[in-house]
Each structure stands twice: as C-alpha cells, then as structure tokens.
Design a protein around this ligand. Structure first.
Ligand code: NAP
Length: 334
C-alpha cells in the first residue's frame, strides 16, 4: 500500500510567500460511503476521513450541503458517481433498516436493499473497488445462537429477507466483495428515534412514568464507531491481502434485553430505574424478530480486527446531549 502523502499549496501574500499544508490526505486512497447521512454511515465517513482517506459520502433526503445527493435507485447516477470518483473502497451503508416499514412496504424496500445493492456491486467490480455491504443479524432466526458466518440463515421478517437477498446479489455480482453482518446499532443520533437503542432513553429519564420493557429478546448493542473502525481495518487488510472476501460478523459482546439496556442507560447516567418493568411475554401482533441472533465474531478476531467500546461508555458519549436534567449531568460529568 502507498505511504501517506501531504499536499501543499503555495499562497502569495503581500510581502511574502507561504507554503500551506492543504490537507493531510493520500489522494490515491479513495473511499465512497453510501448512507453517509445515516447512523452508521456518518461514523464510517468520519473514520475514513480521520485516517487520511479521500472520502466522498452520499446521502439522499439529508445529503445537502455536506454530501453528494445520489438516489441509489437511479442506476445512471450511480454509474456516473463511481466512474468519476473511481473509489478503492465502497462501504455500502444505505438501506431501509426499519423492520416495521419494510413489513408494510416490501417492494420499495427490496428496490433499495436488494436492487440498488446489486447495481452497486456491479459498478464496484467495473472499477475494481472493494465493496463492503453492511448486513444484519436479522438474517438468522435466533433459535440456535451463536451464529458463525457459515451458519444457515433463516430470516423471520421481510427486512431480514431483503438483507439476505442483498448479500446474495452482492456476492454473485462481485466475487471480491465483503458482507459485514452487525446487530442493533447505537451512536451519535440526530434524534433519539434514529436507533432502536437510543429510542429507549426518554422512557428511562422520565422516571415519573412506569415503562414496560421487553425482557425476552437478547440483543448485543453495538457502537457505530466500533463498526466504522472494523470497516477501516477490513479495508486496510484487504489492501494487504486481496484474497480477503466473503461474509464477516461484528458485534458488541454485552448481551442484554431491552429492559437491561434501559437499566444500563440509567446506570450510565446515574438515573433511577425502579420505574422500568421487565416484560417476558411473547410479543403479539408485531413484526417477528429473532429471539437471540448472537453473532460469533471469531473470524474477524483471528484476523486481528475489532474494537469494542463498553456499552456504558458508548451510550454516555451518544446520549449526553439528550439528557434533560442538568443536575444529573453535573453529577456525572463534573
Ligand atoms: N441501525 C441498526 O440497528 C442496524 C442493525 C443491523 C444492521 N444495520 C444495517 O446497517 C446499515 C446502516 O443502517 P443505519 O441505521 O445507519 O441506517 P439509517 O440511519 O436509517 O440510514 C439509512 C441511509 O440510507 C440512505 N438512503 C435511503 N434511501 C436512499 C436512496 N434511495 N438513495 C440513496 N440513499 C438512500 C439515507 O439517506 P437520507 O437519510 O439522506 O435520505 C440514509 O443515509 C444498513 O445496511 C442496515 O441494514 C443497521
């Protein structure tokens, strides 16, 4: 892999000439991030940028002004983007990731999660870019954890089915690509509803109201900064070893139900949790979700890849701007 390069610009000022270090980037390390306006994509974009990659992020409804606005359903626009930028890596984060929405609009979700992924895989292959397709632990039914990469998937809902279909079309159309399956994510959010983890926070902090919390389904909340680091590490490894490809798993290792996630949040902010009620009833009438889709991550670990931020640390970093009670904020942070 090429070494780091600094770019310089000469600035002529009255009386003297100044040589300015323009940007500490290596121009021949180019990364394209889809879904760069989303929860994971923002972290991936920042991780590559912070590590001297020349990064183009694209989004859709939230793209302007920071990112390229590209509708991934528009094949001609995607072709132009990839051909113009000629990335070395594409981290494909864009998707419809809300299971309830996918359940109600399976066709439009398929167009994005499957059709756009297939198209991107073909475009990546044309320019020789390493494609990382972000997938989900929801490809498994959760009945026989933990799951290795070669375990047989059996998605329970449409979202899981589209993500699995996406994996297949990516690997069929780009034999050098990687699929990275991850579980429920949290991180810096623009609003609490952006993550299935952070959405619990208001129920935690408004302790005057009791709140029922699922205490049946096992989850492994995973910090987007850790997934972003894994994407970068995987890319760096791929540049050293072009034979690296196929399916990989990454996950946090703290097993919690939503009730336990909420209690851990309360603990992280020194808030009461006695108003939270664990519910162990089987959910009725909801989009089906796997009971315990725990991912075995030993394949990446054996490659020396991985990072795990303790949940209480990651959740404090993510949620402190949403803390309502300044008194607690002082207790925790000063
Ligand atoms: N979040 C989780 O808990 C979780 C768990 C497991 C796996 N995953 C997977 O991780 C990946 C990232 O998820 P996320 O939570 O970061 O998703 P997210 O926050 O919902 O972001 C979705 C992204 O997709 C973009 N997008 C939507 N429609 C588009 C279109 N037609 N053209 C171009 N871009 C479009 C959105 O752009 P705009 O917002 O600008 O429109 C946004 O940047 C997904 O593949 C998801 O399946 C997520």
């Amino acid at each position: 892999m090429e070494g780091r390069q600094l770019e310089y610009k000469i600035r002529f000022l009255p009386g003297w000439v100044e040589v300015v270090q323009e940007e500490d980037v290596v121009p021949n390390r180019r990364a394209l991030i889809t879904g760069a306006t989303g929860l994971l994509g923002r972290a991936v974009y920042k991780e590559f940028k912070d590590n001297s990659w020349h990064v183009v992020g694209c989004g859709y409804s939230r793209a302007r002004p920071r990112f390229e606005r590209v509708d991934l359903l528009d094949a001609a626009a995607v072709e132009a983007l990839v051909q113009d930028f000629k990335p070395h890596v594409i981290v494909h984060c864009a998707a419809e990731r809300r299971p309830d929405i996918v359940e109600n609009q399976p066709e439009s979700a398929s167009l994005l999660n499957v059709g756009a992924s297939e198209n991107l895989a073909k475009e990546a292959a044309k320019v020789g870019a390493f494609l990382i397709y972000i997938s989900s632990d929801y490809v498994f039914d959760g009945r026989n954890p933990p799951y290795r990469e070669d375990a047989v998937p059996n998605p329970l809902n449409h979202y899981g089915k589209t993500k699995l279909e996406g994996e297949k079309v990516v690997l069929q159309n780009n034999e050098d690509a990687a699929v990275l399956r991850v579980p429920v994510l949290y991180g810096d959010v623009e609003k609490l509803e952006e993550s299935a983890v952070t959405i619990l926070f208001d129920k935690v902090q408004f302790s005057n109201k009791s709140a029922n919390m699922d205490h049946l389904q096992q989850r492994f909340p995973t910090y987007v900064k850790d997934v972003a680091t894994v994407c970068l590490q995987l890319t760096e490894k791929k540049l050293q070893n072009p034979s690296l490809k196929g399916i990989f798993h990454w996950s946090g290792n703290e097993q919690m139900t939503k009730y336990e996630i909420a209690c851990a949040m309360a603990d992280a902010f020194n808030l009461p949790s006695s108003h939270l009620r664990p519910i162990t009833d089987e959910p009725v009438g909801e989009t089906p979700r796997p009971r315990n889709p725990q991912l075995n991550c030993s394949k990446l670990e054996q490659l020396g890849i991985g990072q795990r931020t303790p949940f209480r640390v990651g959740i404090r970093e993510s949620l402190w701007p949403f803390l309502v009670d300044k008194q607690w904020r002082q207790t925790v942070f000063h």
